[in-house]
Design a protein around this ligand. Structure first.
Ligand code: ROI
Length: 167
């Protein structure tokens, strides 16, 4: 059975998307459509797509990233299950830690909740330091406050844009 919150209880979530294998622009664009079609999810909006050098092990292709925002009545772990099922549909394989991938979906924020268990940490632990998350996030939610962290505007001041470019 799918776990649900109260049926009227729509929670606004932010999801980071990334890909650097097998036509990354297509991977991210189709994942946005698939997220939009998830059950118990509505009103998806998303940032532009961005290209950047890989953070982590060098020698892998550039990444394409975006951030989506949607409302859901799925509980956090049910949403995570749905996101991981989408990653599997994109033939995601984990060869190397921080290595290349066809599709990575990260639950960045789930309402204003702070979640910490063996499957999920929300807010996402690296949100503050990754330009490929912060800049797309600012495009769709400039006023966002991140629970228990600095404001998005403050995070952006401390985060170099680096090679990140909007495409
Ligand atoms: N680097 C970039 N630029 N974009 C990503 O989405 C991304 N994802 C990752 C690691 C390997 C840390 N590096 C990345 O998981």
């Amino acid at each position: 059975m799918v776990e649900t919150a109260d049926s009227d209880d729509w929670i606004r979530c932010f999801i980071g998307l990334g890909s650097n294998l097998e036509h990354p622009v297509t991977q991210v664009a189709s994942a946005l459509l698939e997220l939009e079609r998830l059950p118990q999810c509505r009103n998806l909006i998303h940032s532009s797509l961005y290209r950047s050098d890989p953070v982590g092990p060098p020698g892998q292709p550039d990444y394409i990233n975006a951030v989506a925002c949607l409302e859901t009545t799925l509980q956090p772990l049910a949403l995570l299950d749905a996101m991981q099922a989408l990653e599997q549909q994109h033939q995601r394989v984990r060869i190397q830690h921080w290595g290349p991938r066809t599709l990575d979906l990260d639950l960045l924020l789930y309402g204003d909740q702070q979640i910490s268990n063996e499957r999920l940490t929300v807010p996402h632990p690296y949100i503050q330091e990754r330009s490929f998350v912060l800049y797309p996030l600012a495009e769709i939610a400039p006023q966002l406050s991140i629970p228990n962290q600095k404001s998005l505007a403050e995070c952006l001041k401390n985060c170099e844009k680096g090679t990140l470019e909007r495409i």
